[in-house]
Design a protein around this ligand. Structure first.
Ligand SMILES: [Zn+2]
Length: 279
């Protein structure tokens, strides 16, 4: 994991772009975010595909969520690469609570999508998400495509179908896919509940089918896939400072990524932005 802020990563990418072409690590980055996927469920939980991804790649179960352990703060940090003190995104509101330090020409938080637009304006970038508010943090003016799945509880396969369709048709340079089901179970039944554990293999299978889609698109050999989460749960909520809420997994695998490697360096949510930008 590269240790730098997104602003620094952006500066480095732009500098390297201005001077000599930088060799990409991979042509495609697919980020799959599982809302409310806490590390606590991985010891007893049934997630055969995710566990096989760990063997195929590099992983940590000790990634730190940003405080507060709320969705908006964390999805934003993953994409903009800055702490809440920079971004002002202290919760799920559709606007920062205080003035952000960094703003783009669109008056939005700079994200890795914005970096890509600047470095490679023609690149295909997209978001498919189940939580509509995700788009508040995704810098939509810098996206080629975005889609929100309506009523995902009634249509649990739609996220897979829409994501795979998009990946096959457009072969995006960066795609971010957000799956909400585990968070629903956490809020409805609580951390450690049988219902949450029952949902985990279903979500695991959705991840498997999305990765299959990357293979069917013919880009798997030239892709890096990042699987991670915004926060865990404590009881039926989150937002607090318990280990159950702030400890989340990160799995990275694909082209050039070390296999069966446990990341022992400290990793925090905003590191993901710099990692995507670096690829
Ligand atoms: Zn969440």
């Amino acid at each position: 994991m590269k240790k730098m802020t997104l602003a620094l990563a952006a500066a480095l990418l732009m500098v390297s772009c201005g001077k000599a072409p930088q060799k990409d690590l991979a042509s495609h980055v697919i980020v799959i975010g599982l809302d409310g996927w806490g590390t606590w469920c991985m010891e007893k939980g049934e997630a055969p595909f995710i566990k096989s991804m760990m063997e195929e790649g590099s992983w940590t179960l000790n990634k730190r969520t940003m405080r507060p352990s709320i969705s908006g703060t964390n999805w934003a940090a993953m994409m903009n690469g800055t702490p809440v003190e920079f971004s002002g995104i202290t919760g799920n509101e559709n606007h920062p609570t205080f003035t952000p330090i960094l703003l783009t020409e669109h008056n939005a938080q700079p994200t890795f999508f914005h970096v890509m637009r600047q470095v490679r304006p023609e690149a295909e970038t997209g978001v498919v998400c189940e939580w509509g508010d995700f788009l508040n943090y995704a810098d939509t003016l810098c996206l080629s495509y975005y889609k929100r799945i309506e009523d995902p509880e009634a249509h649990p396969d739609a996220i897979v179908e829409e994501s795979v369709k998009y990946i096959k048709e457009k072969k995006p340079a960066i795609a971010f896919i957000h799956i909400d089901a585990l968070d629903h179970m956490g809020h409805a039944y609580g951390q450690g509940s049988a219902e949450y554990y029952a949902e985990l293999p279903l979500v695991d299978d959705r991840v498997r089918r999305i990765v299959e889609g990357v293979k069917e698109a013919g880009i798997y050999e030239d892709s890096i896939i990042i699987l991670t989460s915004d926060h865990g749960h404590y009881g039926t909520g989150h937002g607090g400072d318990t280990d159950l809420e702030i400890t989340t997994p990160l799995v990275v695998f694909g082209k050039g990524v070390r296999k069966n490697h446990q990341i022992t360096e400290p990793v925090i949510q905003m590191d993901i932005a710099a990692t995507v930008a670096q690829v």
